[in-house]
Design a protein around this ligand. Structure first.
Ligand code: CDP
Length: 224
């Protein structure tokens, strides 16, 4: 029986539990894990390195169009490379990137620079022998893969999300990023129509993963 190649989209606000859920699905079903937030973070790091200001749309568009993007698969993770270089995890999650990322991500030219690249991750997953891919972000179920086999939207109380981020030891204004991400014109953060909406405020990680995994396990069990 041929196994299907499945695309799973997980969207949600900052610290809503997307990454931990996506990692668990990736391990259980052998899916390539694609964290598109890390892509926006890497592009932000590069634009800052080039000295591009967050309030200069012309310079942002010019720089974004010139980025040479590649992918390195590390275990089950897809890592972005810019001009053949990866970006250190500490730099991706540092305060400078935290403060700038939602500003750059609101610029259509930045989103356009990443659109085809993100869709192409399905090819990377197939060529890498994965059973599918799980992609997390803000606009995966709405814009990148609206036809995904499964689309989930995770949310949690702002206080609970702030607690989770602080527990990770990170200095991050998640409420401000959510405000910018939800109110922008280009691909705003929203629950995709028809997606499964899950409030994780009072659920453990195991419970979230169990709920998200059940229909995927059933699909794999049913075959192509
Ligand atoms: O991990 P966390 O939830 O804090 O955020 P992230 O997933 O690393 O995303 C960082 C930022 O990238 C978000 O606040 C958005 O501004 C932007 N982003 C986006 O616009 N579209 C995506 N598909 C993913 C991230």
């Amino acid at each position: 029986m041929a196994l299907p190649f499945l695309i799973v989209a997980i969207d949600g606000g900052a610290a809503a539990g997307k990454s931990t859920t996506a990692r668990a699905l990736s391990a259980r079903f052998n899916l390539l894990h694609v964290d598109t937030g890390s892509y926006y973070r890497a592009v932000t790091h590069e634009l800052l390195r080039l000295g591009v200001a967050t309030d200069d749309p012309g310079a942002i568009a010019a720089a974004a169009a010139g980025l040479a993007l590649g992918t390195r698969v590390e275990g089950r993770n897809a890592r972005i490379e810019i001009a053949g270089r990866g970006v250190e995890e500490a730099d991706l999650r540092g305060p400078a990137v935290n403060a700038a990322v939602s500003h750059f991500a609101a610029v259509p030219a930045v989103r356009a620079a990443l659109l085809a690249y993100q869709r192409d991750q399905a090819r990377v997953a197939r060529e890498g022998g994965f059973a599918g891919l799980v992609m997390e972000g803000r606009d995966i179920g709405t814009v990148i893969f609206p036809e995904a086999d499964f689309r989930f939207f995770l949310h949690a109380d702002p206080a609970e999300r702030a607690r989770r981020r602080a527990a990770e030891g990170q200095q991050d204004s998640i409420a401000e990023r959510d405000r910018l991400d939800s109110s922008r014109k280009a691909s705003p953060l929203q629950c995709p129509a028809g997606a499964t909406d899950l409030d994780s405020t009072h659920l453990s990680l195991e419970e979230v993963v169990a709920r998200v995994s059940a229909p995927i396990a059933a699909r794999f069990a049913a075959g192509a």
